[in-house]
Design a protein around this ligand. Structure first.
Ligand SMILES: [Zn+2]
Length: 156
């Protein structure tokens, strides 16, 4: 709804919490070391420049943390430095979603509201169609290698 300020009662609020849309998908995460899978609700967030897992969640689920060569400092959306510790670990997982399977690395960050966030690299790679009214996500525009990888893993 765009602004139509005709009287004092109608005003347009850019930060209206009720208007916020948080689109989540239920994905399968498989620990590569023991090939054990869990299901988790992941947030799709185009403001995240990577794939993120909450460190509390990673610890609770027993994910094997791999130490990064050098720590990475995190910036918030407003470009201030995140108060949390720098990213020092990541986990290696297979992500399953709507018939897609992908081996990837996820950065482990403390103090996260979400257990897993799929950021821009994932969104740009699979380029899913998001219906912002129903919050349904369809994987209709994946690159070819997505399907190929999946099929080759199925043996055909
Ligand atoms: Zn895909």
């Amino acid at each position: 709804m765009l602004t139509r300020v005709t009287d004092n009662t109608s005003c347009y609020n850019l930060n209206n919490e009720n208007m916020l849309r948080e689109v989540t998908v239920e994905i399968g995460l498989e620990r590569i070391d023991i090939q054990e899978g869990i299901t988790v609700e992941a947030l799709l967030d185009s403001r995240a420049t990577g794939l993120v897992m909450s460190s509390e969640f990673a610890r609770k689920q027993g994910f094997k943390l791999k130490k990064l060569d050098r720590p990475m400092y995190v910036r918030n959306v407003n470009s201030s430095l995140n108060k949390e510790e720098p990213i020092e670990h990541m986990v290696e997982v297979n992500i399953y979603y709507q018939g897609h399977r992908e081996k990837t690395e996820i950065d482990v960050i403390g103090g996260q509201k979400w257990q897993v966030i799929l950021g821009m690299p994932w969104l740009a790679h699979h380029n899913p169609e998001i219906d912002w009214r129903t919050e349904k996500v369809k994987m209709m525009r994946c690159p070819e290698e997505c399907g190929k990888q999946w099929r080759s893993k199925q043996g055909k």
